[in-house]
Design a protein around this ligand. Sequence first.
Ligand SMILES: C[S@@+](CC[C@H](N)C(=O)[O-])C[C@H]1O[C@@H](n2cnc3c(N)ncnc32)[C@H](O)[C@@H]1O
Length: 268
Amino acid sequence: MTDTDPLDATRQMWSRGSYATMGDVFAAAGQDLVATVGVEGLDVLDVACGTGNTTLAAARAGARHVTGVDLTPPLLEEAARRAEASGLADRVTWHEADMADLPVDDDGFDRVLSSFGAIFATDQQRVAGELRRACRPGGTVGVTAWAIGGLFDLMTETLRSHVPDLPPAGPSPRDWGRAELLPGIFAIDPDALAFAERTITWRVPSADAAMAVCEENAAPVIVLRQALGDGWAPARAEVVALFAELGTEGPDGIELPLAYTVATFAEP
Ligand SMILES: C[S@@+](CC[C@H](N)C(=O)[O-])C[C@H]1O[C@@H](n2cnc3c(N)ncnc32)[C@H](O)[C@@H]1O
């Protein structure tokens, strides 16, 4: 029996479901990250770009050129289709690569961004070091993560609590949503970090419909569903109840708050 290459396993994982559908739910966070750092006339790198939410937001916001890097070919193909359809293809370059070994020059970019991407690093310091290596002195590094206690964080924690015999936790995506841990991850002065928590509103017909979107499209949820087997129904019911509790009534169903964090710092 041969061991699966960990990068292949990651690629296969992120190819499951429809990232495009799930990512569209929170594309506004990528737009927010771009607006927070400002990109007009600048060279931008988007690490773990998926279907290009932040890459295309940066190109639309007037970046000189944007480079999107991701490990998962089908997501990059969709990103390229979207760039073409929006008339942005000439200002965007895509690379298939591991974020722990970025195929870019030192100091090559004015802005180095990652929206809900770097958080999946298996070696956090190494990936953080790669983001910093790519950023010019005086440039800005910016990352988004799901806020601790926010809806996606609680969904994941609830589902994980139902999985028996979870393997020992490795580096957690949650670490990137904690202001007190980021200076250590990036090896920066804590005073250099700007950190904010913000919310997107997800409008869906019902709590159950929101869960259906996640279980059909979000790769990490699909993996947990598979791990749970017969235990899926009670775990799912708990998350639907959580969504119903966090949601408020809206004109077309319910409005769910998706809390996320935006962390930025200037590269010395
Ligand atoms: C939640 S998605 C975020 C995508 C995009 N940044 C967005 O905001 O929609 C996480 C992305 O990380 C990518 N990813 C995971 N591990 C990676 C690695 N080691 N190197 C590069 N990309 C990786 C996945 O392929 C996926 O596109």
